[in-house]
Write a protein that binds this ligand. Structure first.
Ligand SMILES: C[S@@+](CC[C@H](N)C(=O)[O-])C[C@H]1O[C@@H](n2cnc3c(N)ncnc32)[C@H](O)[C@@H]1O
Length: 247
């Protein structure tokens, strides 16, 4: 998908939501319901309202990883982790980057059933090292893995929901395993980078979440039990935070 197509796709959503930007900033909460008549808790039901909208959204998610996918999966040496699960893995773009960067790993893409079907049909075909798992990461049991990837997931949710999800991951994670959070990190005082600030405004109007600083992500990971938390600024749009589960 070209940048122009991606802007076209998002222009309606952005216009409708940003039309309510003043209210969002004043009230400090999402305006999704006002703009679209559905709760932001059902954000993905709204985004996936038709197959066409779903594929377009997935292409949009996919396209950024052509630019910075390799940087985020190599921000840390992930070679010790052979069994990887990409939660909310969508089109599988990051799964592909993992299997190219780390020849010994396998990756399971975990996502909502209709997203998994679409990914199999349009994005990942006959890859021996990539498999799929359908489910809801807030409700269903998570496959056991050595490394979990959460790319652009936590920024959709409140701190409480993030800790709930991270606790579920901690329970499923093998001892000695880890979680890799991939997000656009805000600087400590929130004064930049501009892209992360704009994403955060977008999260405010559309979702229950926001962009966060590395310290804020570390606090969420710590609350769920993870230790030895480090972050890496890649110099591109998305950065990485790695937290470990004791062996
Ligand atoms: C913002 S997209 C990020 C996709 C991908 N990780 C990336 O960075 O390109 C969020 C993803 O989480 C998935 N998702 C949302 N809620 C979910 C849930 N309850 N269980 C499983 N997956 C979910 C969506 O279908 C979507 O693929």
């Amino acid at each position: 998908m070209s940048l122009y197509q991606s802007i076209q796709y998002h222009s309606k959503t952005i216009y409708l939501c940003w039309h309510h930007l003043t209210d969002a900033v004043r009230e400090g909460r999402t305006q999704y319901e006002k703009a679209f008549g559905v709760s932001s808790g059902d954000l993905f039901d709204a985004i996936y309202r038709s197959d066409e909208e779903m594929v377009t959204f997935m292409q949009l998610m996919h396209s950024i990883w052509n630019i910075c996918g390799k940087d985020v999966v190599t921000a840390f040496d992930l070679s010790p982790f052979k069994v990887i699960c990409d939660l909310g893995g969508c089109s599988g773009a990051l799964a592909k980057h993992c299997t190219s960067a780390y020849p010994e790993c396998t990756v399971t893409i975990f996502d909502l059933p209709k997203v998994v079907h679409m990914s199999k049909e349009h994005f990942i075909k006959d890859d021996q090292r990539i498999s799929f798992h359908e489910g809801d990461f807030f409700k269903d049991s998570l496959p056991e893995a050595e490394l979990y990837i959460l790319a652009r997931i936590l920024h959709d949710w409140t701190d409480e929901r993030c800790v709930e999800l991270l606790q579920r991951i901690y329970k499923a994670c093998k001892p000695g395993g880890a979680v890799l959070v991939v997000e656009a990190l805000l600087s400590e005082d929130g004064s930049g980078p501009l892209t992360a600030q704009l994403y955060s405004l977008n999260m405010l109007v559309q979702t229950e979440g926001r962009e966060r600083t590395d310290v804020q992500y570390a606090a969420l990971l710590t609350a769920a039990g993870f230790t030895n938390i480090r972050h890496c600024l890649t110099g591109k749009i998305y950065d990485a935070v790695l937290g470990h589960k004791k062996a």
